[in-house]
Design a protein around this ligand. Structure first.
Ligand code: NDP
Length: 360
């Protein structure tokens, strides 16, 4: 019983630690893309994701090496841990929504999608959304390391190279997010979403536990002896996806900050209506959301790296991306059509593909 309780509250303690680190460690201060609703000034952010990540991982390694905590402690407590994270996610979502004034709309809708747009507590020292993404990313990494440690401890003589590859690629994914944390300030979640169950529970529970579903499914199993070509193909697919996703996001980030600046030595081409401009070259000329294709390819690469293409568990992760990103593209398309009007029509005509060039 005590073990269950400790496991249940472990993610609460990890999140509290990450929050404390986020508040006290040095951070760069940057202006974001979102504007303050009252004064119209760009919101400012303190970003220190990479530092928080390094210190937390350092603490995890120290605990493992010193024997204070078994390397696979989070694996051993994964079920109560996931339950604890889900409960915390529910409580925080309810608290964040119910303490904000409602506009008299549907309460369930408010609980799911939220009421507050961009809360920045502690006098702006933390941004709620950026902290939630940081917390989810760091706990995801700890889970992946712990699940992989369990695999190695269970099969010390013949661990699966695919497990190592999966963790290495996922670590790249997490570090990439943290290194480019600032670019995330220009994404949909930050400027279009509110803080409700979807975002809060998504970051505190879904992100750190569900994203590890592939490893969760195979960590107990022996090496499947996947052929080397499958591992090479997985890594190639992953990095092809990463190039599309990171390339598109960076290109848009630089364009929003300086529309004339060349990206990867290419000058941007844009459609304009005298007031607003839309990129129509580079990644944004391939399809209107080639970054989503990139995310899906990365997810497929991660699933295949585990070397069990016939098993359902690892595929749940790419399937989830399909379910998330296909409707999200439709939402964003509607939002952009309303925002840009005829300019968006021109962009649709110039770049007819939604996600997959020449296919969809
Ligand atoms: P985008 O980065 O594609 O942002 C869409 C917005 O960009 C539009 O609303 C519009 O906003 C602007 N825009 C669209 N087309 C153009 C254009 N041609 N030129 C200039 N601006 C344009 O989508 P998201 O914010 O949804 O995704 C950001 C990243 O996060 C993606 O790589 C996505 O795959 C990733 N992601 C990752 C998830 C994960 O769990 N790993 C989950 C969801 C997303 P405006 O005009 O207001 O600037």
């Amino acid at each position: 019983m005590t073990g269950l309780l400790i496991g249940f509250f472990a993610p609460w303690a990890v999140f509290a630690g990450i929050f404390a680190l986020h508040l006290v460690l040095p951070a760069r201060r940057v202006a974001g893309y979102v504007r303050d609703g009252k004064r119209g000034k760009r919101l400012r952010y303190r970003l220190n994701g990479p530092l928080v990540f390094i210190v937390t991982l350092g603490a995890w390694f120290a605990a493992g090496w010193s024997g204070v905590m078994p390397w696979d402690w989070l694996w051993q407590h994964r079920w109560p841990g996931a339950a604890g994270a889900m409960t915390l996610g529910l409580l925080v979502s309810a608290a964040v929504v119910l303490t904000a004034p409602g506009a008299g709309g549907n309460l369930l809708r408010d609980l799911y999608l939220g009421r507050r747009v961009n809360p920045q507590p502690f006098g702006g020292r933390a941004d709620a959304k950026m902290f939630l993404y940081l917390a989810g990313a760091v706990l995801l990494e700890l889970n992946l390391l712990s699940f992989a440690a369990h695999h190695v401890l269970t099969h010390p003589d013949a661990p699966s190279p695919g497990v190592a590859l999966h963790v290495a690629l996922f670590t790249w994914f997490v570090c990439d997010y943290l290194v480019f944390e600032r670019v995330h300030l220009y994404t949909y979640d930050l400027f279009a979403e509110r803080l409700g169950f979807k975002l809060v529970w998504g970051c505190l529970a879904w992100y750190p536990y569900f994203y590890a579903v592939g490893l969760w499914s195979v960590a107990d199993l022996p090496d499947p002896h996947a052929p080397a070509w499958l591992l090479v193909a997985s890594a190639t697919l992953f990095f092809a996806g990463w190039t599309l996703s990171r390339g598109a996001n960076l290109q848009k980030f630089h364009f929003k900050r300086d529309p004339e600046r060349a990206f990867l030595a290419l000058r941007p081409r844009a459609l304009g209506d005298g007031e607003r401009r839309l990129l129509v070259s580079g990644f944004w000329g391939l399809s209107r959301h080639v970054n989503y294709l990139g995310e899906i390819l990365m997810a497929v690469g991660l699933a295949l790296a585990l070397g069990r293409p016939g098993m359902l568990g690892p595929w749940l992760y790419p399937l989830y991306y399909l379910a998330l990103l296909v409707p999200r593209e439709r939402d964003d398309d509607r939002r952009c059509a309303a925002k840009y009007g005829p300019l968006w029509e021109q962009y649709r005509a110039a770049v007819p593909w939604r996600i997959v060039p020449r296919v969809y």
